[in-house]
Structures are given as structure tokens and as C-alpha cells.
Design a protein around this ligand. Structure first.
Ligand SMILES: Nc1nc2c(ncn2[C@@H]2O[C@H](COP(=O)(O)OP(=O)(O)OP(=O)(O)O)[C@@H](O)[C@H]2O)c(=O)[nH]1
Ligand SMILES: [Mg+2]
Length: 345
């Protein structure tokens, strides 16, 4: 069974992947850490799984090479279960990608990661209600502490066995009408040859997806003006490009989902991390903190360096003496090894 971890950048995918695989995929607090996919064999409930850690993506239509890697993996390779990792503290924004992934019509599990951060920000999420609305299991996790991860993998295996797809994403009436009309005019075999769900294919064409339009142009060039006409009609009725029309529909659906399942109660008192953040990002105190940290860093380097200096110096002098006696002081070898390497250190 092939299980892929996919989500927006910096939501904790590699941390989850590393927990299961023991593999040290690079993890950091910067988005875009993983730029190519990693795979690992994992055994769960006696079943052999292949876990795949994909680079972070904001959307399935993107020109960024790392995002394309994820998109191509999902669209072109066999995947049994999609584990959509979301940052629970940024749930509304994260659900936009979830809605796109749901349209791939594959078994899916939502990992509600960074629950500690959500809690810190006063965001309370009703995971049961979210699961009900998405028709997909939802597992709360705190992956850097390992919390909920065994449950997550077991749920993913069960989802892969049950082969149930999440709910269909329904847009507003006029977008649905364009989808229905375009579906009537195109041949379903176009999507089948590309191994894509029919509705996903139609929506992406309306979104002006350059890769799928290229495929249509290659296979059925006479159909391209038809697609362009539907894009134009969508753009005219909304006064903006078709890809923005659909992106804002997803945004509205994500906000609506968020409002149904989450409650935000502002933290009564800011914690020490929030206070530190406020000082470090202050437009005056931020520079003072920077100077203080640099000063401490230099002090640490010179003071700690003093202790090690004499110890290393005695060995280097010994090595220099040996090089001089063995190689002779005027030789090229001595210049390279003695004066170059040892004196350099
Ligand atoms: N507080 C908290 N931090 C977490 C949690 N999970 C992961 N992190 C931290 O979040 C940061 C990003 O984690 P990664 O695993 O690199 O995220 P990623 O999704 O693989 O990121 P990209 O590869 O850039 O897409 C790291 O500093 C992790 O230690 C969590 O549940 N809670
Ligand atoms: Mg990563």
C-alpha cells in the first residue's frame, strides 16, 4: 500500500515521515525544505507500506519545480491513500488545498497537525464534525512529540482498505453550470487516458491549467477553443480570470468549513513565546535584540576559543616540526603541508 504525505509547506510532513521511517528527511522551520520526494518502507499491522514524503504545495496548479514534483507524483503515480497534513493553527488557509485534494477522488485521511500551536492560539477544532463534513477520517496530531501518529498510520491503512473517497466539492451554481456544459462537450476518454478523475480534469481546464491544456492541444486541438470559450464566459460573469474565480470559490468554501468546525477564543494572556516574538519583531527593540545576540555570539566564539587554542596549538606545532624535519624546510611539500595547512589552521 502506498501512502503519501502531502500538505502546505512547513506543516510537519517530514516530521511525520521521519517518525515512521526512522529516515532523517531534512526538517526545518522554513517552508520549501523538502524539494524532492522521499520514500520509505514501513510495516503497520503486519502490512508492508510505502510512505512517501512530498514537497509542500499551496495548490495543485503551480509552476514551482518543487510543487510540480508533488503534483506530478499525485497525478501520475499509483497512490492508495493520501494523508493530507494540515497546520491546525492555520486551518482555514490549509483547507483550500484539502478541497483540491478531495477532488482527486482517492481515499484520504486528514492529519490535523500542530494541535499544540492551534491550542496556543486559542483555536479549538471539532475534529468529528470536520470528518463528517469532508467524509474523510480526521486525526489530531502533534508530530514533533509523536502524539497521534500511530493512530494516523493505522487510520490511513484502514482508509486504504476501505477505498472510500471523500465528499465531492460543490461550487456555486454558475461555476457548476460551466462544469456541466464543458463535461457534456468533451470526451471522458481524454481524462481516462491521463488517469485523472473526470470532474478534476474539467475543473482544472476551467482553471486554465497549462499542463492539461497542453495535453488537450496535443490530443484534440479542435477542442481547445471550446475550453477557452467556457473560461471566457466564467471570466465575464465574475469580472476576473477563471482561475481566480475558482480559487476564490475554494477560499469561500474553506472559510465556511472553518467557521462550522472551529472556535477561536483569543488567548487571555500572551505566553512567553508571544512576548518574545513581540520584542524580537519590534521595529526598535528588534535591532537591539539582534545586536545583543551577535555580541553574545562573538563573545562565546572568542572566550570558548581561548580554552581550545593552547591545546590545539601544541599539536599543530608538533605537526609543523615533524613536517619540517621529514620534508625539509625549503621544499614544496613543506610549503603546502606545513605553511599552508598547519599554519593556516
Ligand atoms: N509546534 C509544533 N511544531 C511542529 C509540529 N510538527 C512539526 N513541527 C515543526 O515544524 C517545522 C516544519 O516541519 P517539517 O516536517 O520540516 O515540515 P514540512 O511540511 O516537511 O515542510 P516542507 O518540506 O518545507 O514542506 C519543524 O521545525 C518541526 O519541528 C507540531 O505538531 N507542533
Ligand atoms: Mg518536508
Amino acid at each position: 500500500m502506498i501512502i503519501t504525505f502531502i500538505g502546505q509547506p512547513n506543516c510537519g510532513k517530514s516530521t511525520i515521515f521521519n517518525y515512521f521511517s526512522g529516515y532523517k528527511a531534512h526538517v526545518s522551520n522554513f517552508p520549501g525544505t523538502t524539494v524532492t520526494y522521499n520514500t520509505s518502507r514501513v510495516v503497520c499491522q503486519g502490512q508492508e507500506l510505502i510512505c512517501v514524503d512530498l514537497p509542500g504545495v499551496y495548490s495543485l496548479t503551480s509552476g514551482d519545480p518543487a510543487e510540480l514534483e508533488s503534483r506530478n507524483y499525485l497525478l501520475q503515480k499509483h497512490v492508495d491513500v493520501i494523508v493530507n497534513v494540515v497546520d491546525a493553527s492555520l486551518l482555514s488557509r490549509s483547507l483550500e488545498l484539502t478541497l483540491e485534494l478531495m477532488s482527486l477522488e482517492r481515499p484520504m485521511v486528514l492529519a490535523l497537525n500542530m494541535m499544540d500551536e492551534a491550542h496556543r492560539k486559542g483555536v479549538r477544532i471539532n475534529a468529528y464534525k470536520l470528518a463528517e463534513l469532508l467524509v474523510c477520517p480526521v486525526v489530531p496530531t502533534i508530530s514533533n512529540r509523536g502524539t497521534g501518529l500511530t493512530d494516523l498510520l493505522e487510520t490511513a491503512v484502514e482508509a486504504g482498505q476501505a477505498q472510500v473517497s471523500p465528499a465531492a466539492v460543490v461550487f456555486s451554481r454558475d461555476v457548476e453550470e460551466e462544469i456541466a456544459e464543458l463535461s457534456d462537450q468533451l470526451d471522458i476518454r481524454l481524462a481516462q487516458t491521463l488517469g485523472l478523475p473526470w470532474r478534476f480534469f474539467i475543473v482544472k481546464l476551467l482553471e486554465d491549467d497549462p499542463f492539461l491544456l497542453e495535453e488537450v492541444e496535443k490530443r484534440e486541438p479542435n477542442l481547445l477553443p471550446l475550453v477557452k470559450n467556457h473560461q471566457k464566459s466564467l471570466a465575464q460573469s465574475h469580472g476576473r480570470p477563471p482561475e481566480l474565480v475558482i480559487a476564490s470559490e475554494r477560499h469561500a468554501l474553506a472559510v465556511n468549513l472553518f467557521e462550522q468546525v472551529a472556535k477561536v477564543t483569543p488567548a487571555t494572556k500572551p505566553g512567553w513565546r508571544d512576548r518574545l516574538d513581540l520584542i524580537a519583531t519590534h521595529r526598535v527593540w528588534g535591532y537591539a535584540v539582534l545586536v545583543l545576540i551577535m555580541g553574545l555570539f562573538f563573545q562565546a566564539v572568542f572566550r570558548l576559543g581561548q580554552y581550545g587554542e593552547n591545546f590545539f596549538l601544541s599539536y599543530l606545532e608538533m605537526a609543523l616540526g615533524m613536517a619540517q624535519s621529514r620534508l625539509g624546510s625549503g621544499t614544496l611539500g613543506y610549503y603546502l603541508l606545513g605553511e599552508g595547512l598547519f599554519m593556516g589552521i
